[in-house]
Design a protein around this ligand. Structure first.
Ligand SMILES: [Zn+2]
Length: 412
C-alpha cells in the first residue's frame, strides 16, 4: 500500500513553567510574522518591490545574529512562520486575480489571535514518541523540555512535521505522520447526495436509500450557539459581561467543531466500511454561496455549517486507505438534482422544491433522486459516455441495454 501523510492532533499539558516558555515562543513568532508583513508593505510602498519568501528568509541570519531571543528559537520554525506569511500573500494575489471583492490582504495579528508555529524536520528542535498501543505519547521541544501529550493515532508512522497550536487557552500539537494505513472496505456501490435539509442521502446498489441526518446533540448546540451569539451582540463593547459572553461563545464554537468532526469521522468510516465504490458530486461551495437573496443567505449559513468539504475530504482519504473506488460526478454534465433517475428527463427545480416528480410516473424526495442519479451515472453512465449534449437538448436518454440494468439495480 502507498504511504500517506496523516495529521494527528494531541493536546499538550505543559507545566506552569513550560507554559510561560511556550507563550514567549508564541510572542516571538507573532512579532516575527508582523515584522515580516510590515517589511513587505513598506518595501512595496517605498520601492515598489514585492519581497518574496527567499528575500525574507535570507534576513533571518541577520536577525538571529542581532537578537539573542531569535537565536534561541529553532531556525526552521522561523522559516515556517515566514512561509505562512508567504502563503497568506499567495492566497491574496490569487483572489485578486480572480477578481474577488474580499481579497483579504494579509493582516497584522494580535497575540490573542496568533495561531501558533511549526517545525519542519523531525529531530530538529522537536522529538515525538508515540505511546503504547498508539495512545498518547511524549513530545520534546527544544527550550521547553519534555511535554505530556494526549491523543490517539490510528497507525504507526514516521513523524515528519509538527505544528504547535494555541486555541482558547489550550495547547495542541499537530503531528504529521507518514503511514501506510489499512482499512476494511465492503461490497456495495453507493451514490451520495449531500444536502441542506438532510446531511447526506445515500443510494446503494442493494436498492436501499438511507438518509444521514446531523446528530440531534449537534443541532441543539447550534441552536444554543445562535442564542449565545445574539446575547453577545447586545453587550456593550469593552464591558466585563461582553468579555465573559465572548469566552462562552468561543468555548461553544470549539465544542460544536469537535462534535461535528467526530460525527464526520464516524459517518465516513461507516460508509467506507460497507462500500467498494463511492460516487459523489463534485463540490463547488463558492458557486453555491456567493450570490442569492435573503433565502439563500440563511441557506448559505446552513451549507457552510454542515461542512461539506470536510466531509468529502475525510470520505475521500478513507476511501483511498481502503482501496475503495472514488468517483466524482461532473455536476454540470450530470445535473443530479434536475435529472430523473428513472427516465433521464431533465427539468429545472428551484432550491425550494423538495420533491422530484416526473411525467414518467416516478416520484421521490429530491435528495433521494439526486443520490440515485449520482450512483446511476457512476455505475452505467460514465462507461457509456452518457452526456446530455449527445442526446440533443433537454431530454437525456440512457442507452437502452443499460437502462434495464440500471432500473433493476435501482428500483425502489
Ligand atoms: Zn422520469
Amino acid at each position: 500500500m502507498v504511504e500517506v501523510n496523516r495529521k494527528i492532533t494531541y493536546r499538550l499539558y505543559p507545566t506552569t513553567k513550560q507554559e510561560s516558555v511556550l507563550l514567549e515562543i508564541l510572542r516571538l513568532h507573532q512579532q516575527l510574522y508582523n515584522a515580516a508583513l510590515e517589511q513587505r508593505i513598506s518595501a512595496y510602498r517605498k520601492q515598489k518591490v514585492s519581497l518574496s519568501y527567499v528575500d525574507q528568509a535570507k534576513e533571518l541570519t541577520k536577525l538571529r545574529a542581532e537578537f539573542p531571543e531569535y537565536k534561541s528559537l529553532n531556525a526552521q520554525s522561523e522559516q515556517v512562520t515566514l512561509t505562512r506569511l508567504d502563503l497568506a500573500f499567495q492566497h491574496f494575489f490569487r483572489r485578486v486575480k480572480l477578481g474577488e471583492k474580499k481579497a483579504g490582504f494579509p493582516r497584522f495579528k494580535s497575540l490573542n489571535r496568533y495561531p501558533g508555529w511549526g517545525y519542519k524536520t523531525h529531530g530538529d528542535g522537536w522529538r515525538f514518541e508515540m505511546g503504547n498501543k498508539l495512545k498518547h505519547g511524549q513530545l520534546r521541544l527544544s527550550g521547553v523540555g519534555q511535554l505530556r501529550i494526549r491523543g490517539e493515532a490510528r497507525n504507526q508512522g514516521n513523524a515528519k512535521t509538527l505544528e504547535i497550536q494555541y486555541k482558547q487557552g489550550r495547547w495542541y500539537a499537530s503531528v504529521t505522520l507518514a503511514t501506510t494505513p489499512t482499512r476494511m472496505s465492503g461490497t456495495a456501490a453507493i451514490g451520495i447526495d449531500w444536502g441542506v435539509e438532510t446531511f447526506a442521502t445515500i443510494a446503494s446498489s442493494d436498492n436501499s436509500c438511507t438518509a444521514v441526518d446531523n446528530p440531534r446533540t449537534l443541532k441543539k448546540k447550534l441552536k444554543l450557539l445562535k442564542t449565545k451569539q445574539r446575547n453577545l451582540s447586545k453587550k456593550t463593547r469593552g464591558s466585563n459581561n461582553r468579555n465573559k459572553a465572548c469566552q462562552q461563545v468561543a468555548k461553544l464554537h470549539g465544542k460544536v467543531a469537535n462534535q461535528r468532526k467526530e460525527f464526520l469521522h464516524q459517518t465516513t468510516a461507516k460508509l467506507v466500511n460497507t462500500s467498494s465504490l463511492i460516487a459523489v458530486e463534485q463540490l463547488n461551495i463558492k458557486n453555491m454561496t456567493t450570490s442569492g437573496g435573503s433565502y439563500k443567505k440563511g441557506l448559505n449559513r446552513e451549507i457552510l455549517s454542515t461542512a461539506p468539504s470536510g466531509f468529502h475530504q475525510m470520505l475521500k482519504y478513507k476511501a483511498e486507505e481502503a482501496g475503495v473506488e472514488w468517483i466524482e460526478i461532473p455536476t454540470k454534465v450530470v445535473k443530479p438534482s434536475q435529472t430523473c433517475h428513472m427516465c433521464g428527463r431533465q427539468e429545472k427545480k428551484s432550491l425550494a422544491t423538495r420533491w422530484h416528480s416526473c411525467p414518467c410516473g416516478f416520484f421521490c424526495s429530491r435528495d433521494e433522486n439526486a443520490a440515485k442519479v449520482i450512483l446511476h451515472w457512476a455505475l452505467f453512465g460514465r462507461a457509456n459516455g452518457w452526456e446530455p449534449a449527445r442526446c440533443g437538448g433537454e431530454t437525456l436518454v440512457f442507452p437502452m441495454k443499460h437502462e434495464t440494468l440500471s432500473i433493476a439495480a435501482l428500483a425502489v
